[in-house]
Structures are given as structure tokens and as C-alpha cells.
Write a protein that binds this ligand. Structure first.
Ligand SMILES: Nc1ncnc2c1ncn2[C@@H]1O[C@H](COP(=O)(O)OP(=O)(O)OP(=O)(O)O)[C@@H](O)[C@H]1O
Ligand SMILES: [Mg+2]
Length: 380
């Protein structure tokens, strides 16, 4: 262990306390901030920062700093550029300790407005051989250089920081999972109990109308029953909309699409026709497939909620370099003004298409009704 060389009991104690941060259950931003602060305190640096790498490990996705004024940060920007020494640490994750950062051959100088810094200690954060990011410390107090012992301490701290980051990320993922299970549970509950009950109430009311003598009373009750039917229909659509977007299983995209349209037909009483063209299963990667399923679910929800349609046609087509989904209904048609200013649904589909290098459009279908076209690029 590198920190065997740390002799000063006070510093050793401070180091151990800092390492014990791993124990706490904190959210990622707090984890980062705490570790930077401890690192700065441990080695007596004026400035400290922690940068987390993006998934491709070519740049920084997250950057937390201490010691810098908020005003200065607002001038120089929150994320530093991946050039110079910071870039070097990303490319070649090994500790760097310098008396004067500007004298290193990789140095590119500081951007305008950035405080000048001299002594520097950079330490990669590595977990199970994978580099997560780096700890940076600048300007040791008293104008001194960082020492070998400082480096040892920070390297031990970086180890702990890596574990804490790993843990915080894992917690985040688990929370997401629980959330989607929770949604599924609510959907099932709505379907199995709420809908069944409302249905029973509707039937009971229906038979009660006959017992009422006055026609006005019968009319009023009938209109309440109609409201109830409409409520049931809306709840069914909600169930359909919040059901978990499935993971694309081994069965492949084609069978997922058919499952989804069967569900729509069964639960929502739509007459759905599906048409495939091209090699759907082998050409579409999992990420794109999941975007497509979410898109189809929203399109069908919209048909049920807004179109008053009786049939829907779903076309999925794969050609050389693109995937096209068309959803055509025979309903009342869409008001083009509403389509742009409407809810989150269509905007979300447009964003997904853009993310995948494609396009999105919605308008009047060939026989009235609405035609939605969602086209994305296929990566090979
Ligand atoms: N198939 C359709 N037929 C008729 N009108 C539609 C159709 N799809 C969408 N619309 C209209 O476009 C509007 C915007 O749709 P969008 O999906 O963005 O929002 P939303 O469904 O109202 O709400 P949400 O945010 O829950 O999706 C809808 O409010 C509706 O008026
Ligand atoms: Mg919608």
C-alpha cells in the first residue's frame, strides 16, 4: 500500500477518515464534492477538482471543483477542455506531480480569466482496471511543491473515491430498475382491480336504469354510465402508456412489435394491421429497437386517446440504411397546429428520431385520419 510512507499520525488519521467516506450512501454529486474537498484538505492545496470521463473515455462528462470563485467559473465555463495536462491524464492515466504546471511540455496554458496555477498533482481514479476519471490538485500552500507523501495520500484517496463512485452509480441504476418495476405494478393493479370494479359498477348502474320511473332520471343515469365508460377507456390507455417499455428479448424486434400491437388490440379494442418489410430482426440494433418500441407505444396511445379511430395500420420497413415506422389511423385527423404545440409525446418522438440521425413527421393520412412517420438511420 502506498500510504505506508505516511508517517505523520494526524495525516494518517485524516486520510483514514476520508477513505471512510466510502461507507456513506451518497448521491454521485455529493460523493464527488466530498472527495475533492478531502483531497484539498489532506495535501493543503488551494484548488482541487475531480473530473469523470464520458463513456467513450475521450473527454470529461462531469467536473467538480473547489477553491474557485463562482464568478471565475462562470467566465471560464464549468467543464475544462481536454487539452494539455488534463488531456494527458485522460490519455495516459498515471499520476503526474509538477512544481510548475506551465513548464510541462504538454501544457497549453490557461484560458483567459482562469487563475494562474503552479504546483500540480494529478491522480487517475481507477477501479478494477477501468479509469473512471481524475483528481486534480493545484497550488500547494506556501508556494511549495506537492511531495511524494502527498502523492501517496492522494493515490489512496483516489482508490476510495473510485469505489464510492462505483457504488453511487450502482445505486442509481438500481433505483431506476425499482422505478420501472413499480410502474409495471401500478399498471397491473389498475388493470386487475380498478378497471374490473368500474366495470362492475357500470353494469350495476345499467340494470338500475330500468328501475327508475322518470325518463329524465334515466337519461341522467345513462349519461353517467357513458362517462364511466369513457373513464375506463382512459384508464386502459394509461395502463398501456405506462407499461414498461420492454427490453428487446431474444425473440427479436419483430415479435416485440407483434406483442405490442396484440396488447393494443386486446386491451384497447383497436383493429391493428401490421406489415413488415425487410430484415427487421437482423438489421436493427437493440438501442434503436427500444426507441422504436417506445415510439410505437406512444403512437398507438395517441390513436386511442385522440383519433376516435377504429383501425390502425403499422408498417415497419428496413432498407439499406434506414428504418421507417409508419402508423396510419382512420380517425378524425390531426390539427397541424396542435401537432407542434401539443403534449410531450410527439415532441419526444421527434427528439428520439433526431438522436438517431433521422426525422419525424405527422400529418393527414391518405384516407383522412392521421399518418405518423418516424425514420431513423441504421448503424452497421
Ligand atoms: N392519431 C392522432 N389523431 C388525432 N390527433 C392526434 C393524434 N396524435 C396526436 N394528436 C393530437 O396532437 C396532440 C399532441 O400529441 P402528443 O402526443 O404530443 O400529446 P398528448 O398525447 O396530448 O399528451 P402526452 O404528452 O401524454 O403524449 C394531441 O393532444 C392531439 O390533439
Ligand atoms: Mg401522446
Amino acid at each position: 500500500m502506498p500510504f505506508r510512507r505516511v508517517r505523520d499520525p494526524d495525516r494518517l488519521q485524516a486520510l483514514i477518515e476520508a477513505i471512510l467516506l466510502v461507507e456513506q450512501d451518497l448521491e454521485l454529486p455529493e460523493v464527488l464534492r466530498n472527495f475533492v474537498q478531502r483531497a484539498v484538505d489532506l495535501v493543503g492545496a488551494r484548488y482541487g477538482a475531480l473530473g469523470l470521463l464520458d463513456p467513450g473515455r475521450t473527454g470529461l462528462a462531469e467536473f467538480v471543483s473547489v477553491g474557485m470563485d463562482a464568478e471565475v467559473i462562470s467566465v471560464i465555463g464549468r467543464l475544462p477542455e481536454e487539452k494539455g495536462i488534463l488531456g494527458l491524464l485522460i490519455e495516459d492515466p498515471r499520476p503526474i506531480r509538477l512544481a510548475d504546471v506551465s513548464e510541462h511540455e504538454a501544457s497549453v496554458g490557461f484560458p483567459p480569466g482562469h487563475p494562474l496555477m503552479r504546483s500540480f498533482l494529478g491522480m487517475p481514479i481507477v477501479v478494477r482496471g477501468e479509469t473512471f476519471g481524475n483528481l486534480y490538485l493545484c497550488d500547494k500552500e506556501g508556494g511549495e511543491e506537492f511531495t511524494e507523501v502527498d502523492e501517496d495520500m492522494v493515490s489512496a484517496l483516489a482508490l476510495a473515491a473510485g469505489l464510492a463512485i462505483d457504488k453511487a452509480r450502482l445505486h442509481g441504476r438500481m433505483r431506476e430498475l425499482t422505478l420501472s418495476e413499480e410502474r409495471e405494478r401500478i399498471a397491473r393493479n389498475l388493470h386487475d382491480t380498478v378497471i374490473q370494479r368500474l366495470f362492475a359498477v357500470g353494469l350495476a348502474l345499467q340494470s338500475a336504469t330500468r328501475l327508475l320511473g322518470r325518463p329524465e332520471a334515466q337519461d341522467r343515469l345513462q349519461s353517467s354510465i357513458d362517462d364511466l365508460d369513457e373513464t375506463i377507456r382512459q384508464i386502459r390507455t394509461t395502463i398501456f402508456a405506462i407499461s414498461r417499455p420492454r427490453r428487446v428479448s431474444d425473440g427479436g424486434l419483430r415479435s416485440e412489435i407483434l406483442d405490442l400491437t396484440d396488447e393494443a388490440a386486446g386491451r384497447l379494442g383497436l383493429d391493428v394491421h401490421v406489415d413488415f418489410d425487410g430484415t427487421i430482426d437482423s438489421s436493427v440494433n437493440v438501442e434503436t429497437a427500444e426507441h422504436l418500441l417506445v415510439t410505437l407505444r406512444e403512437a398507438i396511445s395517441n390513436v386511442v386517446r385522440h383519433a376516435r379511430a377504429s383501425t390502425v395500420e403499422v408498417d415497419v420497413k428496413v432498407d439499406d440504411d434506414s428504418l421507417v415506422l409508419r402508423v396510419i389511423d382512420d380517425g378524425v385527423g390531426i390539427d397541424p397546429a396542435v401537432a407542434v404545440s401539443g403534449g410531450r409525446g410527439l415532441a419526444n418522438l421527434a427528439e428520439r428520431a433526431k438522436l438517431l440521425g433521422g426525422s419525424f413527421g405527422v400529418g393527414r393520412g391518405p384516407q383522412g385520419g392521421t399518418e405518423l412517420t418516424w425514420r431513423v438511420k441504421l448503424l452497421r
